[in-house]
Design a protein around this ligand. Structure first.
Ligand SMILES: NC(=O)c1ccc[n+]([C@@H]2O[C@H](COP(=O)([O-])OP(=O)(O)OC[C@H]3O[C@@H](n4cnc5c(N)ncnc54)[C@H](O)[C@@H]3O)[C@@H](O)[C@H]2O)c1
Length: 336
């Protein structure tokens, strides 16, 4: 079977990483088009994918006949204008998280997919493909350590670009935990409450963080999420699960321990690119295989909508300081 021709839309941090991944590690796919308005980024990306053609917008790429599938890696607020024409063209889509930043636009995307009559969208919640998250989900399901009582999650970035704002703490970052907690517990987020920790004076001007989010699932599990984006020392995503009889921990950095100079040290990740490299590879490889079978193999547009609805509660919680209950539309038969 010939290589799936993928258009990568947005060649920034994540998109450029996916281009390198598809060109070098993924079997059965090639980057045939790069859609990127920034000429410098487009040229850098083209160097990684010599067979690709550069397009300034999605419409031109779709009209070219060079595209069989679309990978969207523009910032979240620019997902919908790419999703809708790609759905209209009937093409399979891997859309980076979040599906869209709010519930209304996510529901519009869901409705467009339903109107097209076929599930085309997989959302890039790649933690579902991470070995640690998969193992923890299995442990929870097995009941081996008794019932799951709570989760402690930490999501720490060394720093963030100037374009990162307070709302992105929730719709761009905590959205990962919103999906992961639902994935682990198999239960939707019932409510969100957010407290400010003492502000880190190293945070960019105007950014009020770190924050502590409390996500309560409909099944009664409480997850604490430390969202902390100016830690300087590294990139960490960790979860500790509290069971009736035991504790499980995932996300501790593996690798060589160096015993020297009166200290023990292990190199820490500095970026999501290395922390989740295997998860991204597995996500994209399974997506490519699924596309060739005419299906998806991962979180759907409906999962994206559920996350967006919980994000909306999270943003209201962030702005008000109150605990906010999430509200969801009922699940369309299309996704059952
Ligand atoms: N899964 C993960 O762990 C993970 C990690 C980082 C980023 N992301 C997601 O990836 C997406 C991109 O994030 P990023 O950090 O790479 O952003 P970025 O700002 O580094 O790059 C975005 C790129 O999209 C381009 N762009 C903007 N509008 C466009 C449009 N309409 N058409 C084509 N290109 C357009 C920009 O010029 C830029 O080059 C976001 O949805 C983000 O949440 C996911």
């Amino acid at each position: 079977m010939s290589d799936l021709k993928v258009a990568v839309v947005g060649a920034g941090l994540m998109g450029a990483d996916h281009i390198i991944r598809i060109e070098n590690r993924i079997v059965g796919a090639t980057v045939s088009a790069i859609v990127e308005p920034d000429e410098g980024r487009a040229k850098a990306a083209m160097a990684e994918a010599p067979g690709a053609t550069w397009f300034p917008n999605i419409e031109a790429a779709l009209a070219s006949g060079l595209v069989e599938a679309v990978l969207i890696a523009t910032p979240g607020q620019f997902h919908e204008p790419v999703l809708l024409p790609a759905i209209a063209a009937g093409l399979p889509i891997l859309c980076e998280k979040p599906l869209t930043p709010d519930a209304k636009s996510s529901m519009e995307v869901v409705q467009a997919e339903i109107a097209g009559g076929k599930q085309l969208i997989q959302v890039g919640f790649m933690r579902r493909f991470d070995a640690g998250y998969m193992q923890l989900r299995q442990l929870i399901e097995s009941g081996e350590q008794g019932e799951l009582l709570g989760l402690h999650c930490a999501h720490r970035n060394p720093s963030v670009p100037d374009s990162y704002n307070n709302d992105m703490l929730v719709y761009d970052s905590i959205v990962h935990e919103i999906d992961a907690v639902r994935f682990l517990t198999d239960s939707p987020i019932r409510s969100v409450e957010i407290k400010q920790m003492k502000r880190n004076s190293l945070s960019p001007e105007g950014l009020m963080e770190p924050i502590l989010a409390l996500l309560e699932t409909e099944s009664g599990v409480l997850a604490t999420v430390e969202m902390n984006v100016s830690v300087q020392f590294g990139y960490q995503v960790k979860t500790e699960a509290v069971f009736q009889k035991g504790i499980a921990e995932i996300g501790r950095t593996a690798g060589m321990n160096l015993f020297a100079g009166g200290a023990i040290s292990t190199a820490e990740h500095m970026s999501f690119k290395t922390r989740f490299a295997d998860a991204y590879d597995s996500q994209i490889q399974r997506w490519v295989k699924a596309v060739k079978r005419g299906t998806i193999d991962g979180p759907s547009a409906w999962d994206g909508y559920l996350a967006a609805a919980a994000v909306e509660a999270g943003l209201a919680a962030l702005h008000s300081g109150n605990k906010v209950v999430a509200s969801y539309e009922s699940k369309p038969a299309f996704y059952k």
